[in-house]
Design a protein around this ligand. Structure first.
Ligand code: CTP
Length: 400
């Protein structure tokens, strides 16, 4: 396996030396590419000695004659010869260039020419990391399917404390390995994922919604893509950019989600219903804006179709996974829903704890399987939890 390690210009550049060593220990050949500013922090010689290879430092070498042509297309050759691009540390500037598609040095040009998986480990000052421009750029890269190895918290070189410190090289190496050697066990599968909340209109300007952010469902869709599946993501309204490489359908109400799911169900052999679907909709929603009066206002609600239960009733050979968002008796409720809706597994989620569940970046779930097994997944990133959920698909397949 060949990997390009792109080193950006930050204090943490020295940690990339350790990363190059850890990658090689895993049997990976490492080609280092340094930006001009990275060379102010650490010399190419260090990486050349560690990797036993020439380090690429510039788009145009000063070699003359015939070699000018070969150096001008070197980024294409490097893009073709390597299976993964890891950038550590990724500075705010590098992240912005990648988000924009600007190509003014070897690394940013290589990025555009590269078609394989990309792992990005940002490092910068806390205020820079929290800046809306950086947040937007990082989300753009994430939506492209790139893996973002989140920076850790701690004392930064600038003297402040907070998030922004480069993730540990061991953690970055682990993400690289996962991308390179992780299972492609969903090749040939078509996975239908629903995500996010639904919005039930009251009138043209108001709706009944819920606190689901869609992060868990999107993480599952992205993980399924990485594992080789064809993915259809049907999403209620969220602030997350549509991931690239999958079929994406945006819906508003539960009724819209219901018809989109029913239309696509025939194509899917694995269905994962992470969406928080409204159980009720407003009966006779007003076509005009409801005006304020001194009187009380009563909204009458009527039940929505239970999409999961409907799929369960016509399940066939599909693997069907539901969610149970609970504030109490989680495992018992998850079991009850699994049987009632004919699911193979229900992901039980406690939603009234700080730091996990609705809107959070992390989750702690309990997987209740049709086989009777109950798997506790301790608090972890939604990306990791998505991996756990998809791991169970293999087990469910084995029991038929
Ligand atoms: N679900 C669905 N259609 C609905 C309601 C729920 O498909 N109208 C699905 C959700 O996507 C989720 C599962 O059913 O996978 C459980 O949702 P949840 O709201 O926890 O359960 P409910 O069956 O609505 O039960 P309750 O509200 O009583 O907890």
């Amino acid at each position: 396996m060949n990997v390009v390690l792109g080193v950006g210009g930050g204090i943490a550049a020295y940690k990339a030396a350790e990363l190059s060593r850890l990658l090689q220990e895993r049997g990976i050949t490492v080609q280092v590419v340094m930006t001009v500013s990275a060379q102010k922090f650490i010399t190419p010689l260090t990486f050349a000695a560690l990797t036993n290879r020439k380090v690429i430092t510039d788009l145009f070498s000063d070699r003359g004659g015939d070699e000018v042509l070969s150096s001008a297309v070197e980024h294409i050759r490097v893009a073709q010869d390597n299976q993964l691009l890891v950038i550590a540390p990724a500075t705010a500037d590098l992240i912005a260039k990648m988000a924009l598609g600007q190509a003014d040095d070897f690394l940013s040009t290589l990025y555009l020419a590269f078609t394989g998986p990309v792992v990005i480990a940002p490092a910068m000052n806390t205020n820079m990391w929290n800046h809306v421009a950086v947040r937007n750029n990082v989300e753009t890269l994430r939506a492209r399917g790139h893996v973002i190895v989140e920076p850790g918290e701690g004392l930064l070189a600038c003297g402040t404390t907070g998030p922004g410190r480069l993730a540990e090289p061991a953690m970055i190496a682990q993400e690289v390995s996962r991308e390179l050697f992780g299972p492609k066990d969903l090749e040939g599968d078509v996975v239908l994922v629903t995500a996010g909340p639904t919005e039930e209109p009251i009138d043209p300007v108001r709706f009944i919604g819920n606190r689901s952010s869609g992060k868990m469902g999107y993480a599952i869709a992205e993980a399924a893509l990485r594992r080789g599946a064809r993915v259809i993501l049907i999403s209620g309204p969220t602030n997350i950019a549509a991931p690239v490489g999958l079929e994406f359908i945006r819906v508003g109400s539960a009724a819209e989600m219901h018809s989109a799911v029913m239309e696509k169900l025939g194509a899917a052999n694995i269905v994962i219903k992470a969406a928080a679907v409204a159980d009720y909709r407003v009966l006779n929603a007003s076509t005009q804006k409801i005006k304020k009066t001194a009187a009380r206002l009563t909204l009458e609600l009527e039940p929505n179709p239970d999409i999961l239960a409907e799929i369960g009733a016509m399940k066939g050979d599909r693997i069907l996974i539901g969610f149970a968002a609970e504030t109490e008796n989680m495992v018992a409720e998850a079991k009850r829903k699994m049987l009632a809706k004919n699911c193979d597994m229900v992901v039980g989620n406690v939603v009234n704890q700080a730091g996990t569940g609705f809107g959070a970046d992390e989750n702690a779930v309990t997987l209740v399987l049709r086989t009777g097994e109950v798997v506790e997944v301790a608090r972890a990133s939604k990306r990791e939890v998505a991996g756990w959920i998809l791991d169970q698909v293999g087990r469910l397949r084995l029991v038929g």
